[in-house]
Design a protein around this ligand. Structure first.
Ligand code: C2E
Ligand code: MG
Ligand code: MG
Length: 668
């Protein structure tokens, strides 16, 4: 389309014969001049448009490079470094510096990620910028942090609030600007750029920086999500402590480092005593909050121990982890001094001296600790963990609040026990148990046989008869005693039926069986007794159940209930091994027994006045409570005579007969 200049030119070319040629030339020259300036102007317009187009394309390319780089970067530092470099090169900044916002203090902290074309020239300024922190409102980064928008300083040397003024002067820095990196409304970091020239803020630049900062915000967000995932995968949700997976990782590293650093590795397994009771009494929710509080307390103990043992011990080489319900494991990697372990276990036990609280209820807890230490230079950390675990179980079996160190001897004992446990399972499967019967005598009527105590034996395929003293405790611990006890109950009742079928004299005799705590406290125990009585048709009065104080200690309320229930049907109840526990009298008062059995340890010593006094006191007590008494373990005529003189009604012991098989026993 013809523009204004061309139209004018055409108008002037219309022939005009009335003018001189000189005049026409001058007019043509003027026309040409006008035409040229118009062309130049048109060219300038076109060029400016092109340049703007070019610049916009450059911005776009910058944004593309930053976006691509940020997406491909492995971490925040890499993404930041790449972006700083691209922006500096494209825009001619001399120095670019990155900050992250500390989520705790909300300060802008330089993260030592920066870019400079000529670092040596700007050394003083870069060095001052590398490791600084700014609170909101202070310095250039502080202003961005406070306002969450870019800030621009045309000449930093004139800006009173610019803290690095003297370094800027020394290095010839003039202009500076800073941009926030934002996730939604939160400023999570910022970039600052400096130049020795005066740089003005343009709309394009501001728009591009806004887009770059939103790209980088995404990088930070992605990094946060990754960290959160990593943390969740390696930490226990309840306590926030490292979990089993992270512990395993640290253990592997400890094992790898061990040969090179010459220091030891120690592993402690800590398990709460009596936590189940807390859970049962207060509920799982309360149990959880207790574990959380305990985790907090243990964390404090371990951190203080670490600092005080060696302030230079790197934090990640002492790992307190929660590995199960109420189980915690401490890995001590780089243990320079063995006595440190004693120190730590002492501190842990001490931490339990203060009570815990569930609502307003005070809860007192204790922990059993097992630990294992590496030999110098040799260490299978997983084995160490297993050893510490075994030692912990050993500590637990010895009572509350104990610590036991694993050693080879203990390992041997435990291995034997494991083997026995394995064989016991086979024994249950293959029915390798026998019942022996020991006579119980009425001393008042000469030596009248009144009944038997059924005593279990294990007919081991290689070892022959194994005593219950050897296998019952192991079966109890392995949770097998209710199976063995169930068999004993059935077998004894079957035997009772056979015994009673032998005739009038035999039909008045009773059989007493021992009931293990675990078996007795099973919810279906009473029902099991009742079913067995009904199946065999024996009179309930001819069955006696012997329990020890151990049962009552675990759950006195339930024990009383079950005893009362079976007694209602006529079944007799006995308190076995009386006098060996520490609170026999109080249990006696609250629990419905028919008989107490005086423990053999008092009978052994019966020639001493002290034992005689004790036995006399027990007999008096029993008489006043209308309880029957059986003295156990009578071996000599002298013991018998004293007991008879003291007025003890019933007796049991080698003097009258050892435990023998059914045939022999019932023939008596
Ligand atoms: P207990 O119930 O106190 O049984 C008495 C133990 O003393 C028996 O040992 C018996 O053989 C032994 N004994 C009896 N009179 C004498 C004596 O004059 N001198 C000596 N030195 N010992 C005598 P046993 O049969 O080895 O049983 C040991 C323990 O094993 C029993 O102590 C009981 O606690 C447990 N036990 C035995 N059978 C069973 C069972 O079927 N179930 C459960 N839960 N425990 C059982
Ligand atoms: Mg007994
Ligand atoms: Mg006994």
């Amino acid at each position: 389309m013809p523009n204004g200049g061309t139209l004018e030119l055409m108008k002037h070319f219309v022939p005009d014969t009335g003018q001189s040629s000189e005049f026409r030339v001058a007019r043509l020259e003027r026309q040409l001049l006008r035409e040229r300036s118009a062309r130049l102007e048109a060219e300038a317009i076109a060029e400016r448009g092109l340049r703007e187009l070019y610049e916009q394309k450059q911005w776009l390319l910058l944004l593309q490079r930053v976006t691509k780089g940020a997406n491909e970067a492995d971490d925040i530092a890499e993404a930041f470094a790449l972006s700083l470099r691209e922006v500096c090169i494209q825009m001619g900044w001399d120095f670019g510096n990155a900050y992250l916002i500390d989520s705790g203090s909300r300060e802008a902290v330089a993260c030592d990620v920066w870019y400079a074309e000529e670092p040596d020239r700007l050394f003083a300024f870069i060095d001052a910028s590398r490791q600084i922190r700014f609170t909101s409102g202070i310095g250039l980064p502080g202003r961005v942090l406070r306002d969450s928008r870019p800030h621009w300083i045309l000449d930093v040397r004139d800006d009173e609030g610019f803290l690095r003024r003297s370094e800027a002067k020394r290095c010839g820095i003039k202009s500076g600007c800073a941009f926030p990196i934002v996730i939604k409304d939160e400023t999570v970091g910022l970039f600052e750029f400096f130049s020795s020239r005066t740089v003005m803020a343009t709309d394009d630049l501001l728009a591009t920086m806004a887009q770059i900062s939103s790209q980088l915000g995404r990088v930070v967000e992605r990094d946060r999500a990754r960290r959160a995932l990593l943390h969740d995968a390696s930490h226990d949700a309840l306590t926030g402590l490292p979990n089993r997976a992270l512990l395993a990782e640290r253990c592997a590293r400890a094992a790898a480092d061990l040969s090179s650093n010459g220091q030891g590795v120690g592993i402690l397994v800590i398990d709460l005593d009596g936590f189940k009771a807390v859970n049962d009494r207060f509920g799982h929710h309360a149990g959880d909050s207790l574990i959380r509080a305990l985790g907090e307390r243990l964390r404090g103990v371990v951190e203080l121990f670490q600092r005080e043992s060696d302030p230079n011990w790197p934090a990640e080489r002492v790992t307190l982890s929660r590995t199960g319900g109420d189980e915690f494991v401490v890995l001590l990697d780089g243990l320079a001094d063995r006595s440190w372990v004693d120190d730590l276990t002492g501190r842990i036990h001490k931490a339990f001296e203060r009570p815990f609280y569930i609502g307003s209820s005070e809860v007192r807890l204790a922990a059993s600790i097992g630990f294992a230490l590496s030999d110098t230079g040799r260490c299978d950390v997983n084995q160490l963990l297993r050893d510490a675990d075994l030692a912990m179980y050993e500590a637990k079996s010895e009572g509350r609040g104990r610590t036991i160190e694993f050693n080879e001897e203990l390992g041997e004992v435990i291995r034997n026990r494991r083997q026995l446990e394995h064989e016991l399972r086979l024994a249950i499967r293959d029915c390798q148990f026998r019942l022996f019967y020991q006579p119980i005598i009425d001393m008042r009527a000469g030596t009248e046989l009144r009944g038997y105590e059924a005593l279990v034996r294990w007919q081991h395929p290689e070892r022959g008869l194994v005593s219950p003293a050897e296998f019952v405790p192991i079966a109890e611990e392995a949770g097998l005693m209710s199976f063995i006890g169930g068999w004993v109950l059935h077998e004894a009742c079957d035997a009772l039926a056979r015994l009673h079928a032998m005739g009038e004299a035999h039909s008045r005799r009773f059989i007493s069986i021992n009931v293990a705590p675990m078996q007795f406290l099973q919810p279906n125990f009473a029902a099991q007794v009742r079913r067995t009585l009904m199946r065999t048709g024996v009179r309930p009065e001819s069955l006696k159940l012997e329990i020890t104080e151990g049962v009552a200690i675990i759950d006195p309320v339930r024990t009383a209930k079950v005893l009362a229930e079976v007694r209602e049907w006529g079944v007799q109840t006995s308190l076995d091994d009386f006098g060996t526990g520490y609170s026999s009298l109080s249990y006696l008062q609250n629990l419905p027994f028919d008989t107490i059995k005086i423990d053999k340890s008092f009978i052994d010593d019966l020639t001493s006045k002290r034992s005689q006094d004790i036995v006399r006191a027990i007999l008096d007590l029993a008489r006043s409570m209308e309880l029957s008494v059986i003295a156990e373990g009578i071996e000599t005529e002298a013991q018998r005579a004293i007991l008879e003189q003291l007025g003890c009604p019933f007796a049991q012991g080698y003097l009258y007969g050892r435990p023998v098989c059914e045939e022999q026993a019932f023939a008596l």
